[in-house]
Design a protein. Structure first.
Length: 317
């Protein structure tokens, strides 16, 4: 009875004072992209799209699991679609700083870039930053020209699928795993047992298929490089910028300013405004601004934690 009287009193006070409860959403709304000019003048535009971090179709998790940033694939797709509708954009620069990611995510972004080129006829320049390895290089191969920063690490052409085997540890702890399965290969990648020779062969066949797609993609994009030249380079090793240039994996060694110059030259324009797309309130004032702002973000750390097995175009030393 006392509790009921208390809430009646609170309600009466709120009505008298004109106060009201306000519904404040815990997860902020994802706002449309905005455009910012970061340098240059003129009517024409050169757009920089950043591809950074591990590339997946998973949204970045922030503190307490709350986020409002689309996954890398969705964001790049959104930026590309916006660019298609802007007739002032005359060239696209991919600023790549990534060790790669899942096979599917990297392949989708690669395809979106090819479709952008087909739909618009505009040149695409890839500018490789600290790391553009494995899936990062896979995406870069869609560009008309690849420029690597003098300190870039690139290459790592190949596919990897990793699983843990904790069978020995569980035996020491006296723990046994029991599964009810419809077929003997249903748990082919279980961390609780070793794979059989036949299972290893089956998985290797999948890896080989995805590897051949990687090679085919590079050959299609790098006209100066044939398969015989590529095979010795595609054993997973990484290269410095100068080594990659000598091997014809990249076209030249330079900086973002060189990529901008190359973009204008290929577009046939003397001057242009260099622009980026971003969410409202994010920091974007120069060509090196990052693609994302995260708060208490789990990016590389979250990716290093145990996850189900995935096929990866990823450099993961």
């Amino acid at each position: 009875m006392r509790i009921t009287a208390y809430w009646l009193m609170v309600g009466t006070i709120l009505c008298i004072t004109g106060c009201a409860f306000v519904n404040v959403p815990l997860m902020p709304e994802t706002k449309p992209l905005e455009e910012t000019v970061i340098e240059g003048t003129g009517r024409s535009k050169v757009l920089i799209i950043a591809i950074e971090g591990v590339i997946t179709t998973e949204r970045r998790r922030l503190f307490a699991g709350i986020d409002n940033e689309p996954d890398t694939v969705a964001r790049v797709k959104e930026e590309i679609e916006k660019a298609k509708s802007d007739k002032k954009i005359k060239a696209l620069i991919l600023k790549i700083n990534s060790p790669g990611g899942t096979v599917t995510a990297c392949d989708i972004i690669h395809k979106e870039i090819l479709e952008f080129k087909k739909a618009t006829g505009l040149p695409v320049i890839a500018c490789l930053m600290d790391t553009a390895a494995s899936g990062g290089y896979y995406i870069a191969s869609a560009a008309d020209t690849i420029i690597a920063h003098p300190t870039t690490i690139t290459g790592s052409i190949g596919v990897i699928a990793t699983k843990f085997n904790v069978q020995g540890l569980m035996q020491k702890l006296g723990i046994a795993e029991e599964s009810i399965k419809s077929g003997d290969k249903k748990d082919i990648l279980s961390p609780f047992r070793s794979m059989t020779p036949e299972e290893q062969r089956l998985m290797q066949d999948i890896i080989n298929t995805l590897y051949q797609k990687f090679l085919d993609t590079i050959i299609a994009g790098r006209k100066a490089l044939n398969r015989e030249e590529l095979i010795p380079l595609a054993d997973g090793r990484v290269f410095t910028a100068s080594q990659a240039c000598d091997a014809k994996l990249v076209d030249s060694v330079g900086y973002m300013a060189d990529a901008i110059t190359a973009a204008k030259e290929r577009a046939g324009i003397a001057e242009a405004r260099v622009v980026v797309y971003h969410r409202p309130a994010t920091y974007k004032n120069n060509i090196y601004s990052q693609a994302h702002i995260t708060f208490f973000g789990l990016t590389e750390q979250e990716f290093s934690a145990y996850q189900p097995v995935r096929f990866m175009y990823l450099w993961n030393p």
